[in-house]
Design a protein around this ligand. Structure first.
Ligand SMILES: Cc1cc2nc3c(=O)[nH]c(=O)nc-3n(C[C@H](O)[C@H](O)[C@H](O)COP(=O)(O)OP(=O)(O)OC[C@H]3O[C@@H](n4cnc5c(N)ncnc54)[C@H](O)[C@@H]3O)c2cc1C
Length: 398
């Protein structure tokens, strides 16, 4: 079980740090099954920012040179890259959301239910579907094989596969998940799709699986063009905090101490604080109990580390529903509420709705973004390779 606390995330980080150099470079693509130690397993912590990307990279670079840990550091930056890319193309997310809703409301392909229930008839797919549902995690290489077989062998819509992942992954993340599925399907790097092969699966699962009958050709999918990219906002703080300010944390960032250290004028000034967990909006249908448990546990852990100016503990809110937040705001008499910036995804949708409801009551929603994101995201305007060139410069900046 993955314990949803910052302390557990830091423990996992410190256990993994010695292996983040040559070991990771050599073994990272192997999937030997649950209990694997060749990858960090940190993604549920990083995704909710129980542990931040900055902390992970700092801890690794204290132990290894950037050259030695280059592969691991690049993987952490893949997450940042995907977020920055989607931030500039919100229409990609909007179209994905609309398509998933459409597909789930209509006649689903006949074999969809069998595949997600582990009855596809392909032993590897069935084992991976079961592992995903039971543990909330799949190894990166396995995610690639799963998505490729889903799209090219089983010929299911990629959006339904991305939705299945998003409902079950403890690290389920709008940018990394949607864009990785698109990458496998050949939509992200136009015309270049990822084909899973029996030999590659057998080699990297140490012979645990060697599924036969897989598609031998990955014909990249096609789609209508998207509108031009929108630039990333240049300011890390959007909105003006007033005199009576609340702090509302959410599942995109549950480490207020380092976030507020970047914005010292805000720290220590909150009339009241709250933490909301609202993972239901990752999908139009129910997200897994494991995702709900992890996210609510993570929010409770953040609440236990958060107090207002008078030292009062944070309130737990069940959701980011405007009515829940407005009740809290009225009880505390706020004129403004500070929230961590939410990148494009379900929480951002909730905050956009909330902002309008608060404004109608004369309350300003103020977003604060981490420097990590503000510095890196503008470089995620094209492919990963030009972005990768920026990594040494980005890790040197504090
Ligand atoms: C189809 C598909 C769907 C995916 N969906 C998600 C998702 O919803 N959420 C998510 O966090 N990652 C997703 N990934 C990326 C990657 O598979 C996971 O981040 C990684 O497997 C997490 O395991 P780990 O923490 O042991 O990774 P490690 O290998 O130990 O890497 C360290 C950290 O780097 C980041 N990272 C590593 N690889 C990637 C990558 N390829 N893309 C983005 N970030 C990466 C993660 O934060 C990870 O915790 C997806 C990949 C694919 C192919």
């Amino acid at each position: 079980m993955t314990t949803p606390t910052r302390a557990a995330g830091l423990d996992a980080l410190h256990t993994f740090v010695p292996h983040a150099g040559a070991d990771y470079r050599r073994d990272r693509n192997l999937d030997t099954g649950p209990g694997r130690t060749n990858v960090s397993g940190l993604s549920p912590y990083i995704r909710h920012r129980l542990v931040t990307e900055q902390e992970v990279v700092d801890a690794v670079l204290e132990r290894h040179s950037l050259h030695a840990a280059e592969k691991f550091v690049q993987e952490v930056f893949w997450r940042t890259y995907w977020k920055g890319w989607l931030e500039q193309r919100p229409e990609v997310w909007r179209r994905y959301r609309a398509k998933v809703a459409d597909l789930l409301a209509g006649d689903l392909p006949a074999h969809y239910e069998d595949v997600v229930s582990g009855r596809s008839g392909i032993d590897a797919m069935d084992a991976w579907a079961a592992e995903l549902v039971e543990t909330g995690y799949l190894h990166n290489h396995t995610r690639m094989w799963f998505a490729s077989i889903w799209v090219f062998t089983l010929e299911l819509p990629w959006q339904l596969g991305a939705d299945f992942f998003h409902r079950h992954l403890l690290d389920g993340d709008a940018a990394s998940n949607t864009l990785s599925w698109r990458w496998v399907a050949g939509l992200q790097t136009r015309g270049k799709a990822y084909l899973a092969t029996t030999e590659n699966i057998a080699r990297y699962t140490d012979g645990r699986f060697a599924p036969t009958g897989l598609a031998t050709e990955a014909r990249a999918l096609d789609e209508e063009a998207f509108p031009p990219a929108v630039p990333v906002a240049s300011d890390d703080v959007e909105g003006q905090p007033g005199e009576r300010v609340g702090l509302l944390l959410h599942e995109e960032d549950l480490e207020p101490e380092s976030l507020l250290a970047e914005h010292p004028s805000l720290a220590g000034s909150f009339r009241a604080t709250a933490v909301a967990a609202d993972p239901r909006h990752r999908s139009p249908v129910a997200v897994s109990p494991a995702v709900v448990a992890f996210t609510t546990g993570a929010a409770a852990d953040a609440a236990s580390r958060t107090t207002d100016a008078a030292g009062r503990p944070a309130t737990g809110l069940d959701s980011l529903e405007p009515s829940a937040v407005l009740d809290w705001a009225a009880a505390e008499d706020f004129d403004s509420i500070v929230v961590p910036y939410a990148p494009v995804g379900p929480v951002r949708e909730r905050l956009d709705l909330l902002r309008a409801h608060l404004a109608a009551e004369g309350i300003t929603l103020v977003t604060v973004r981490r420097r990590w994101d503000g510095r890196a995201w503008p470089y995620a305007s094209r492919g990963f390779f030009p972005f990768r060139e920026r990594i040494p410069g980005l890790v040197r900046q504090r």
